[in-house]
Design a protein around this ligand. Sequence first.
Ligand code: SF4
Length: 372
Amino acid sequence: MTAVTTSLFPALPSPARAARLRTRLLQWYGENARDLPWRRTSDAYAILVSEAMLQQTQVATVVDYYRRFLKAFPDARSLADAKEEDVLALWSGLGYYRRARSLQSAARVMVTEHAGHFPGEEEAALDLPGVGRYTAGAVLSIAYGLPQALVDGNVERVFSRFFGLDGVSGSRELVAQCWELAELLVPQKRAGDWNQALMELGALICTPRQTDCAECPLKRSCQARKEGRVSELPRPKVRAPAKAMEVEMLFIRRGPRILLEQRADGQALGGLWQLPTRAIGSEGEGEGEGASGLFAEEWPGGLGAEDGPDLGRLRHGIMRFSIRARLRPGTARGRKGSALAWFEAEQLESLGLTAMARKALAGLKDWPPGTD
Ligand code: SF4
């Protein structure tokens, strides 16, 4: 089946149109590209780190994390040899911790099978943990200049509008059409710049809302603009509403230290530390699924709550859950289990803490000690 026969995709661009498109966009990119730290290197490992961080996370957030991470782990070998908890600590706050674990696994494969380098062939790149078609395309084109295409959410939006593709964002049909276009359009030379130019246009001009078509280098031949459908394309996917979950967290303090619980490996956010937490209930879960695998329904390790007013309340979103949490004073009498440990306030900076724990601690009046 070819794309030309589908209703979603009326016609592939002619070679002349493709050439004009490349020229205009590359020129615009040359004049407008943001100066970002990962654009100052052609080190494939560093670009892989940036790509792992940029998935699901804003550029402005990533910049500092990227610098700190590369300072601690400047190459694949240092990351491969690092303790997982040190890697997670430097990832703490970026979310989606599976990316950090996959990145470290990829570094280990790079060391054992590719002499510490990101492989230069797509097939071998795709064998690295956590490296899919997008990441392989990004690293191979940007670091090695290979004519590899890529499609991410930005590229999907630009193509959907420019070519007038009437598909649902993230749908198999639309994504497949975008890949077909991306592979057709990627130039033999400057593939890395081309890929980054497409993503940059989607990030700066062809944005989901408040699209700035007046400044777009492609405006003269954009189908969505011609048809007045810019805000309609790509069509949004229908998201299931977040499910409500109620949890309680314990604040257990002994002098300058607090008690934290490490989340189990294999669990969401596995390996990160949280305030001891239990789920009270969640919307729409069946028998025995009240915790949804996210939190246990019992206090961990023999801990318990003490009577007394709540120390705080907060709301937090994790995966498909909208969490309402009560922070309660707790007791460690009867404590057991290796998943619990005491930490001083200064240690928390470099500890892999969940975002919900950071939020809860930030809202406490007398924590850290001496900040009443
Ligand atoms: S003209 Fe507007 S909708 Fe079309 S590609 Fe440019 S920014 Fe996107």
